[in-house]
Write a protein that binds this ligand. Structure first.
Ligand code: 3PG
Length: 320
């Protein structure tokens, strides 16, 4: 994988599990649990003596997984990690020597920063993906918003204090490439060999990351006249109706189409935090984008699309 492919993979997965492993023999069952949980990716931190061996074992057994090393504090450790099979290097802070070694050897490196000056150091070393660490303790999503103005070219992997309760806030931040964290791979779960719980937490996290929410249900009508008649029925309940050019809305939740549109009966609009990431997630669940229905914003990010197959006679309309 090229550097860009690796960063795209981080984005599409949305979450990178940050792992501290004490026993390299647990690496294989842990990797299986992650894959089953929809997270074929791991940052194995050099916080234990087993890290190097765990990277080797996972990389050999699961070449389709994206395995990297974390807590890499110097170039020597980076070299060791890459030799063991690490495909990317992460560190808690920014050590220019480590970054220079990685850049010279074409290894994606994501050093930790939490101040504007550190971000500038990262930029001067040629990086535009940085780790925001420790995220929560350094101001969290509010701080990321402040970085957006002066450093709009930088995307962040954010770690430190992220968990299911604040995950979606980070997922919505436009300058977040992916989040990282240890909450779904706590050392205790690994030490106990509680693989089922790790898989469950990974699945829960990947779903939460999407921020799926039903926005409205659209019903097809033969023409505007039919839609107007239906709208009048809803007005009897005191609901407000608003006629647009292609449909009439009843409150915000029901859309009455002025023609037969997508879906046998109509469509269900579902909001997601990031449509490219949502499509990546839904494709693994058997959906695919209806070609030609995608629309993009000025930055080239998808803002709407339809996916198929339809559900209970309703097309699914993904919106941002
Ligand atoms: C890291 O190095 O990225 C952090 O230890 C992960 O933070 P967390 O344990 O708070 O998830």
């Amino acid at each position: 994988m090229t550097k860009d492919e690796i960063f795209n993979f981080f984005h599409d997965l949305g979450i990178v599990p940050v792992i501290k492993i004490d026993d390299a023999d647990k690496a294989i069952p842990l990797a299986k649990a992650l894959i089953e949980g929809g997270m074929p990716c791991a940052e194995i931190t050099f916080r234990t003596a087993a890290a190097e061996e765990a990277i080797r074992k996972m990389s050999e057994a699961f070449p389709e997984m994206l395995i990297g090393a974390g807590t890499v504090i110097n170039p020597e450790l980076a070299q060791k990690a890459v030799k063991a099979g690490a495909k990317f290097i992460v560190s808690a802070g920014l050590n220019p020597d480590t970054v220079k070694w990685c850049v010279a050897n074409d290894i994606p490196v994501v050093p930790g920063v939490c101040t504007p000056s550190e971000i500038e150091t990262g930029l001067s070393l040629g990086l535009n993906v940085l780790k925001f660490f420790p995220a929560e303790a350094s101001g969290g999503v509010g701080m990321l918003k402040n970085f957006q103005g002066p450093f709009s070219q930088v995307r962040f992997m954010t770690t430190g204090g992220i968990n299911p309760s604040n995950l979606s806030d980070y997922a919505k931040a436009p300058n977040v490439l992916a989040v990282g964290g240890s909450w779904m791979v706590k050392d205790a779960l690994i030490n106990e060999g509680n693989w089922a719980e790790i898989t469950r937490l990974c699945k829960e996290a990947t779903t939460l990351m999407q921020g799926f929410e039903i926005v409205h249900v659209g019903f097809n009508n033969k023409n505007e006249e039919e839609a107007t008649k239906v709208a009048e029925e809803f007005e009897k309940f005191g609901f407000s109706t608003k006629k647009g050019s292609s449909s009439t809305f009843v409150n915000k939740e029901i859309e009455l189409m002025h023609k037969m549109f997508y879906g046998t009966h109509g469509h269900i609009a579902i909001r997601a935090n990031d449509l490219e990431r949502a499509v990546f997630y839904l494709e693994k669940k058997g959906f695919s984008v209806v070609k030609g229905t995608e629309k993009f914003d000025a930055k080239g990010k998808m803002k709407v699309c339809y996916i198929e197959p339809e559900v209970a006679g309703f097309a699914i309309h993904l919106v941002k």
